[in-house]
Design a protein around this ligand. Structure first.
Ligand SMILES: O=C(O)c1cc(=O)[nH]c(=O)n1[C@@H]1O[C@H](COP(=O)(O)O)[C@@H](O)[C@H]1O
Length: 233
């Protein structure tokens, strides 16, 4: 399916009917879809299969973080579902990420894009300090992004605030997937390192993960359309 939009809508709904109500009104050229821990735990792989069957590119966002063998098996299971993208936590380390990448080799061209989460966009310096990480979020992001690239993965999840720095040091083809996107005027909620869609693309984001500003809007379709239009003009 030809995909034009850089928007990945985070389908963080507590019920399947609401999610499908939204999905049934859009087509795969308007956005990709992200299934995360909430909907996967509630509705499992069958929900993912429904979206794949509707021809959507699906980002399975389960942020695997475990011993290398377990993560490799989980990533292969994601590939079996036919998802477009899957992620692990870079904090799982190089051996874990290499095992995940190796598990996708048998899938060839059909393997999902494999990316690693660096520092969650809900975190700021104080959160890192509480975990004994006494460097800035940007420094920790670059450290983990370099490790991710050395491990052979395709890109990272980071904040758009780190995008230009990462493109410069890791190259254009290293994919940057950025949540923490807030159109002007929408509530930040629990996100901390945020940018607007236009700013994020200008900074070098390849894909923008956007949840609540779209899904909790009075008219989700209208917000999605406005964001897409703002990115082409
Ligand atoms: O991996 C992710 O998608 C992710 C990483 C990260 O650092 N921050 C982050 O917000 N996310 C996800 O992106 C989505 C953001 O949703 P909103 O804050 O509602 O736009 C959520 O589904 C998060 O789970």
């Amino acid at each position: 399916m030809l995909q034009d939009s850089k928007v990945v809508v985070a389908l963080d709904y507590a019920d399947e009917a609401s999610a499908l109500n939204f999905v049934d009104k859009i087509n795969p050229s308007q956005c990709r879809l992200k299934v995360g821990k909430e909907m996967f735990t509630l509705f499992g792989p069958e929900f993912v299969r429904k979206l794949v069957a509707r021809d959507f590119d699906v980002f399975l966002d389960l942020k695997f973080h475990d011993i290398p063998n377990t993560v490799a098996k989980a990533v292969a299971a994601a590939a079996e579902l036919g998802v477009w993208m899957v992620n692990v936590h870079a904090c799982g380390g190089k051996r874990m990420m290499e095992a995940a990448k190796a598990a996708l080799v048998p899938y060839g061209d059909k393997a999902p894009i494999l990316i690693a989460v660096t520092v969650l966009t809900s975190m700021e310096q104080e959160d890192l300090a509480q975990m004994g990480v006494n460097i800035t979020p940007a420094e920790q992001v670059i450290r983990l992004a370099k490790l991710t690239k050395e491990s052979g993965l395709d890109g990272v999840v980071c904040s758009s605030q780190e995008a230009s720095m990462l493109k410069e040091s890791l190259g254009k083809s290293f994919q940057l997937i950025t949540p923490g996107i807030r159109p002007a005027g929408s509530a930040a909620g629990d996100q901390r390192r945020i940018m607007t869609p236009v700013e994020a693309v200008a900074a070098g984001s390849d894909y923008l993960v956007i949840g609540r500003p779209i899904t909790q809007a009075e008219s989700p379709m209208q917000v999605l359309t406005e964001i897409n239009e703002s990115l082409v003009s």
